[in-house]
Design a protein around this ligand. Structure first.
Ligand code: ATP
Ligand code: MG
Length: 705
């Protein structure tokens, strides 16, 4: 399946053509959106009740509550802002709702989607995380185009898909950087804000029914932030449910939000319509000054970090304080106290009551069931071909993936070739051939570990896209194999040809072919082994260490450093030498090279040594199976490793919810036995806080003013 990336020239200067030529991109975008509406009917009503997240410490210090019994709802057609100071639990709340909490925390409470309790994973919801995980070698337009082909319905034509892509580029204001590379470790690419907009573009492309965004405007100027939130508002107007955390929006941006969830220290300060928040603050005694941005005012009231700022400013303002003290009854309030008052006031307010009633009402709405794999509407084949193409483009542009390895392989092959040049058939050549075979099947293949860092980056993108339901595990593994195939063949052919002809191994085309096939098998096995390591140890340095250790063991038991029959029977001979690709490939390499050759004897005049004698008596290998069986075993190991990789990824998906719930049960049982684990009073004792007068904070009005 051919994929044509909508290039600027093809579409008539990209974005401009979309906006100016109303019949082109714009219409296609509408058509695309209509497709999506038609293809996936259904809306998402999300309700969360008494959501508590704790970080258990199991006896090492107090257990920390990250979220304190939050309740709320999000409905289609509306966009909700989660606001609060840094560390207040915005990301934790989003993670809890999206079912993506990290393993070390435990969540209690209910999250209901359309009245049903279910896990929101793998495509039910789209989530734009705080961190941008993208393939740095692709351009912005390519990234969106591949993503569109991966997920938009197969029935859509290429022109329609390109229309959606161009429309999305324009919507997110990415026209200027559309043909620029995203950038990676060796290539400076688009800016942080552009990356963020691209991440959002990738998710809004298919108009997901439930969209979570973690600080989508960080790194953007206020005009860009406004247009991003305006786009999200348009998405929500299509009947989508949008929940976004946001740090400190400008007043223009704030007015775009329909609902507001204000958090402080994991506690709800306000939940309800965004425009009534100002009223709530006024009713609670903290009205927003007329010329102040409401979101600034809210955060000023609840961010206890301002107490520290105030303490610093206090000295210089002492005089003003004393004059104001007499008239201001709230003179001695700290933001910690203001926050606690607001929390208490909110709990007893009509807003909380209204929210509770609405939650009860929405909980009973039995909306349509949302299929799990709704992240993509493209068929399996289209996903596979698109992903293979994207992966191939990435591999061919990433210098670190294969190109640098090919260069190193050529250099090392030349070294081996010159070191063992025309090795011959003298008696000393027997050991030289053995050593050369051992080096090529062992150390040369070991160098394939070099692609690990690039593969780790691939895996990060896979995890992000997998969680958003873009495609499945099998598609990822197969596409990776198909796209890497030409590179692996090139590495094996180049290395095999140089080494084989320079060293002058056993002549004959079939022997040369065997040599290259054996090399290909070994390099592919090493790659597969590193994939398994990457799935278990997804850290670059730890992964390299672990992978090198495993491969080192395989080399040790290959039969070169210690002959196979001499290996200790327990563990090393059985099973390690049987599951080590090195043992099979080395046996095959020896047979391929030596069978049929005749070597000079140690003492001149003695009978000549045949290759069979050398293999049987010197290397003590059995000749009861042919070299092709050895090659077959290497390929069986290769397939087994890929299967193991697949099983690990699948198991991680399937088993992790089970282990998470076990861990949660165990933790809750442990916590229930601790008398200290009871609800913290939301109105803190004055003993634990330094008091800094509210009025010493610039512009913050106390209730009486
Ligand atoms: N898995 C975790 N393990 C330990 N602590 C955690 C974990 N997740 C969150 N926290 C803590 O919970 C608090 C809330 O974190 P969270 O990331 O939700 O804050 P935030 O409101 O998103 O902040 P920011 O605006 O800086 O992104 C922080 O103090 C954080 O250190
Ligand atoms: Mg955060």
């Amino acid at each position: 399946m051919e994929i044509e990336v909508a290039s600027g020239s093809a579409s008539g200067s990209g974005s401009a053509s979309v906006s100016n030529d109303g019949g082109g991109g714009g219409n296609d975008l509408e058509k695309g959106v209509q497709y999506l509406h038609g293809g996936e009917k259904g809306v998402a009503y999300l309700v969360w009740e008494d959501l508590t997240v704790v970080l258990p410490n199991f006896g090492h210090g107090p257990t920390k509550r990250l979220l304190h019994g939050l309740s709320g709802y999000a409905v289609p057609g509306r966009i909700m802002a989660i606001m609060g100071p840094s560390g207040s639990g915005k990301s934790t709340l989003l993670d809890s709702l999206a079912g993506r909490l990290s393993r070390n925390v435990v969540m209690t409470g209910n999250v209901l989607l359309n009245g049903k309790k279910r896990r929101l994973e793998y495509g039910v919801a789209a989530y734009v995380t705080q961190e941008d995980v993208l393939l740095g070698t692709l351009t912005v337009r390519e990234t969106i185009t591949y993503s569109a082909h991966l997920r938009l319905p197969t029935a859509m034509t290429r022109e329609e898909i390109n229309g959606v892509v161009e429309g999305t580029i324009t919507e997110m204001g990415l026209q200027d950087c559309a043909d620029r590379m995203i950038g990676n470790w060796h290539l400076r690419g688009v800016s942080g804000g552009e990356k963020k907009r691209l991440s959002i573009a990738l998710e809004i492309l298919v108009r997901p029914r439930l969209l979570f965004l973690d600080e989508p405007t960080s790194g953007l100027d206020s005009a860009a932030a406004f247009s991003v939130i305006q786009t999200l508002k348009n998405v929500s107007r299509d009947g989508r449910t949008v929940i976004s955390s946001i740090h400190q929006p400008s007043s223009e941006v704030f007015t775009l939000f329909d609902d507001l969830f204000l958090l402080s220290g994991g506690e709800p300060v306000y939940f309800g319509e965004a425009k009534t928040a100002v009223k709530f603050f006024a009713e609670a005694g903290f009205p927003c000054p007329s010329r102040r941005n409401p979101s600034d005012h809210f955060l000023r009231c609840i961010n206890s970090d301002f107490d520290i700022v105030t303490a610093t400013l206090r000295g210089s303002q002492r005089l003003r304080e004393t004059t104001q003290k007499a008239s201001d009854p709230f003179m001695n309030l700290t933001t910690t106290e203001i926050k606690s008052m607001l929390v208490e006031k909110y709990k007893r307010s009509e807003y909380a009551l209204k929210a509770r009633l609405r939650i009860r009402e929405i909980s009973t709405i039995q909306g349509p069931e949302i299929e799990t794999r709704s992240g993509s509407q493209a068929d399996w084949w289209k996903q596979l071909s698109t992903l293979t193409r994207r992966s191939f483009v990435n591999m061919s542009r990433d210098v670190g993936y294969y190109w640098s390895r090919i260069v190193i392989y050529i250099l090392v092959s030349l070294c081996v070739g010159t070191l063992f040049y025309d090795v011959g058939t003298s008696y000393s050549a027997i050991l030289a051939r053995g050593a050369c075979g051992g080096f090529v099947t062992g150390f040369m293949t070991f160098m394939s570990i070099g692609g690990f860092p690039s593969f780790i980056e691939d895996m990060k993108v896979f995890y992000r896209e997998r969680l958003n339901g873009h495609y499945g595990v099998a598609v990822f593994i197969l596409s990776n194999f198909f796209s890497s195939f030409p590179f692996l063949v090139s590495v094996s052919l180049v290395t095999g040809t140089i080494t084989y002809w320079m060293v002058k191994f056993r002549p004959g085309f079939s022997h040369y072919t065997y040599f290259c096939l054996n090399l290909f098998g070994c390099i592919a096995v090493v790659e597969s082994c590193m994939m398994i390591v990457a799935s278990l140890v997804p850290n670059f340095l730890m992964g390299i260490i672990a992978g090198a250790g495993v491969l080192g063991i395989m080399m040790m038991t290959a039969g070169f450093f210690r002959l196979l029959p001499d290996l200790p029977k327990a563990v090393w001979r059985y099973p390690v030498s049987y599951i080590s690709y090195g043992a099979w490939s080395l046996q095959g390499a020896y047979k391929n090279d030596m069978l049929g050759l005749v070597f000079d004897p140690l003492v001149p005049g003695d009978p000549k040594l045949t290759g069979e004698d050398v293999i049987k008596n010197l290397f003590r290998l059995s000749l009861d199976h042919s070299k092709w069986w050895d090659l077959f075993a290497v390929y069986v190991i290769l397939i087994s490793y890929r299967l193991i990789f697949f099983i690990i990824l699948k198991l991680k998906e399937k088993a992790s919810p089970f282990f998470r719930s076990l861990y949660a049960k165990r933790t809750l049982y442990y916590l229930s036995k601790r008398p200290s684990f009871k609800k913290k009073p939301s109105f803190p004792s004055k003993m634990h806080h330094n008091l800094h007068p509210l009025s010493s904070q610039e512009g913050l009005c106390s209730p009486s003013t």
